[in-house]
Design a protein around this ligand. Sequence first.
Ligand code: ADP
Length: 262
Amino acid sequence: LLDALIDQIALALERLRLTEDLAATQLATETERLRTALLNSVSHDLRTPLVTIIGAAGHLADNDLPSTARHTLAENIREEGERLDRYVQNLLDMTRLGHGALTPRLAPQDVAEIVGGARARMKGVLRGHDLQVDLAPNLPLILADGVLLEQVVVNILDNAAKYSPEGSAIIVGATQKGVRVEISIADQGPGIPQADRARVFDMFYRVAIGDRQRAGTGLGLAICKGLVEAMGGAIRAEAAAPDGTGTRMVIELPLYNPEVST
Ligand code: ADP
């Protein structure tokens, strides 16, 4: 009986070891996949704007250029510079999130101010769209880190503009839902298929359909999720229209409660 028992234990241990080995292999494969994806992203997403900037700067040096062409080139340089800035900010946020080194500075925030700040930063990107801001009146203050929340809204506005047709509307809203406020950003693009709506928040996950495969890193939404959750909130993707098209990103954050927060 004892022998049989020992055999069984040995068998169970062997199984456990095999499972652990498998888990370790899976982890190594996943780490390797992330490493490769990050390397591709850095080399592609860092270099693409740089190539445009260098090219535009080269043309600008041509003295015979008409002033309208100069203006366009200068705009290109600014826009691509801003894109680089957003990318570097996202990489920094990602690194800090990965090390658990991101401590949000929570303070009372006015949603209108955050949206205004993000809108101003994204002026160039939003130029081709009809941005409408429709916040509920008398919205209470929320508890959040203003810098991080603005970064989240910037990333989502960037996607809304990138994945929806020129000239279409992007609608930013905010309403109180019990002890939380929901900030929503809706676009009139093709939307995200239901099956992908949770996965788009994974690092480097991108929905690869036709012309939707635009330049991008697949980092933005993963960072948004990390930042929002670090602030005690939540983020989700929905369809914006009843027919399932359009994307509405909803960010939920807690209300500022002076009795609890001070
Ligand atoms: P990126 O835009 O750099 O690829 P993100 O993490 O910001 O990375 O988004 C992940 C993926 O989610 C995108 O590649 C795209 O497939 C999908 N996506 C995000 N926002 C939208 C949107 N507003 N409309 C349609 N698809 C979207």
